[in-house]
Structures are given as structure tokens and as C-alpha cells.
Design a protein around this ligand. Structure first.
Ligand code: FE
Ligand code: FE
Ligand code: ZN
Length: 278
């Protein structure tokens, strides 16, 4: 089964978002755990959640990917920023235990001048204080473009974080096609080579989700600007090779392309489904 969906707002609730994704013929979606810029969480609505679970079952939806706010930074040089990040991660994960198998994605963080090693250490220490062996949620570290002091630009940095973590089975990696391309991994001309490198350094068994985006910015620009599929520097041919690659095609794909209505996603999903080889 081709698992394809897009990022959706859950301002009208989880069930409403699930209905939206079915309407545009996707079968999974991503949403923010809370306000992405601030940190305010929605109040938990048990009825909405129960409705969502039965609707998902009925429509055979794949588990959603829950994205942490991207302003969260557990390796900032400011202790109060780190403490807030830890509190939010903990709170989000506790809430996600309502799902039996949630996927929770977050940006590793920016070391804000402390250096890569220190940043990596702070991220791992934070996670190790939160995660427990009974947790059902899988935490995904997202590969980043590498702007500013953002960590997670290279496979090596992600691997170093993973190496420091307790309960390694609770973690995975999310590959954002825009991010890795702007970070300097040539998924356009050498997808096999990039995947071999991923496998050698991190291990492909750790790869659990793909953010499917074109990139407005050129290769190795270290800039994070998403483009609609086929309207950026990656191009549609490379995207088609990615969704059909034998090592990737079983993964869930989430569009984070810039569209201001569901229409844009609906068209992309329709196009991708027609280009996915059964
Ligand atoms: Fe992200
Ligand atoms: Fe992403
Ligand atoms: Zn991005």
C-alpha cells in the first residue's frame, strides 16, 4: 500500500483532519502537536480521539506523524529554553501514549554557538531523561538543511545523537527530501549512493518516514525553503524515483509543500498515486 498524505491543521480536531485526508484521497497525515511557533497545546478531547481511531480503522488510515513545534530547542545555550523544550517533549510524548504506536518527529535543535559536540550531548541528555522503556511512542529525529547552528544536517550528527541514547529501539529518523538536498546529499543524481551512505552510517532500518518536498534553494545551499513538487531544484523525476525506490517505497510519505488550500495537496497526491508503481 502506498502511504501518502500531507501536513494538516488539526484546529477543527483530529477526526476533522482525518476526514480531510480521506477527502483528498490520502491515507495518512502529519499534524503539529501544538502551536508550532508558540507552545500552546490543544486541550485533550477524548471523544474526538475515539472518533478519530474508529474513523481511521474504517478507512484504513496509516498512523499519523506528529510534529513537535519547530521553535523547541533542547540544546540551546539558554537553560530556560532547554527546560521548556524538555517539558514540552515530555508532555507531548505522555499525551501520545494514548495512541498505541505514535510517531513523533522533532528537529534536533540548534547549538547556538556551543559547538556540535556540546549540542549533541545536550539533545541526548534531554531525551534520556524523558524516555522510558515502556513508552509506545517512537521518536523521530528529522534530518535538517543545516542553516545557522542547526544540528542534524549530516547522517554522522544524527548517528552520534542516536549512539548516546538509552532505549535505542524507541527512536527513528525522518528524511526530509528538501532538507537533505539542500544539506548536500545528491538525491537527484545519486539516490542509491545517498541511501547506501545512510545505511552505512545510520542504518536504513532506522528510517521511518519521508517528508516529500521539492526545494526552492539549490543543492548544498544549507537553506530550508520548500517548493511544490516539480517546482523546485529537485524536480519531479527525482521525486518519482524516491517514492518508487525499493528501499523507500514501503515508508509513509508526507507532503509539506507550500499550498494554501487542500486543493494543492489533492492534486499532488493524485499525481503521486498515478506515478507510484503497484
Ligand atoms: Fe520538520
Ligand atoms: Fe520536514
Ligand atoms: Zn523544512
Amino acid at each position: 500500500m502506498f502511504k501518502i498524505g500531507c501536513h494538516l491543521s488539526i484546529s477543527k480536531g483530529l477526526t476533522a483532519a482525518a476526514k480531510d485526508i480521506v477527502k483528498i484521497k490520502g491515507n495518512t497525515f502529519q499534524y503539529f502537536s501544538r502551536n508550532p511557533q508558540g507552545f500552546k497545546a490543544r486541550e485533550w478531547n477524548q471523544k474526538d480521539f475515539d472518533d478519530f481511531l474508529s474513523f481511521s480503522k474504517e478507512h484504513n488510515l496509516y498512523r499519523p506523524l506528529v510534529h513537535a513545534p519547530y521553535t523547541l530547542n533542547c540544546c540551546s545555550s539558554k537553560p530556560e529554553v532547554r527546560e521548556l523544550a524538555e517539558k514540552i517533549l515530555k508532555d507531548d510524548i505522555e499525551r501520545l501514549e494514548n495512541f498505541d504506536d505514535a510517531l513523533y518527529n522533532f528537529h534536533p535543535g540548534a547549538h547556538t554557538g556551543q559547538g556540535v559536540e556540546k549540542g549533541i550531548e545536550l539533545i541526548a541528555q534531554t531525551l534520556n531523561r524523558i524516555v522510558n522503556p515502556n513508552q509506545k511512542t517512537t521518536i523521530l529525529l528529522e534530518l535538517m538543511s543545516g542553516k545557522g547552528s542547526d544540528l542534524g544536517r549530516t547522517f554522522e550528527e544524527i548517528k552520534k545523537i542516536l549512539d548516546l541514547l538509552d532505549y535505542k529501539e524507541k527512536y527513528g529518523v525522518c528524511l526530509d527530501t528538501c532538507h537533505v538536498f539542500s544539506a548536500g546529499y545528491d538525491i537527484v543524481n545519486d539516490l542509491d549512493g545517498v541511501l547506501d551512505e545512510f545505511d552505512r552510517i545510520i542504518g536504513l532500518d532506522k528510517l521511518m518516514a519521508i517528508h516529500l518536498n521539492d526545494s526552492l534553494m539549490p543543492f548544498k545551499s544549507f537553506k530550508d525553503r520548500h517548493a511544490a513538487l516539480g517546482e523546485g531544484q529537485i524536480g519531479l523525476d527525482a521525486i518519482v524515483r524516491i517514492i518508487n525506490h525499493p528501499k523507500l517505497r514501503h515508508l509513509p510519505f508526507y507532503l509539506e509543500t507550500p499550498h494554501d488550500s487542500l486543493d494543492g495537496y489533492e492534486k499532488e497526491i493524485e499525481m503521486l498515486k498515478s506515478l507510484y508503481q503497484d
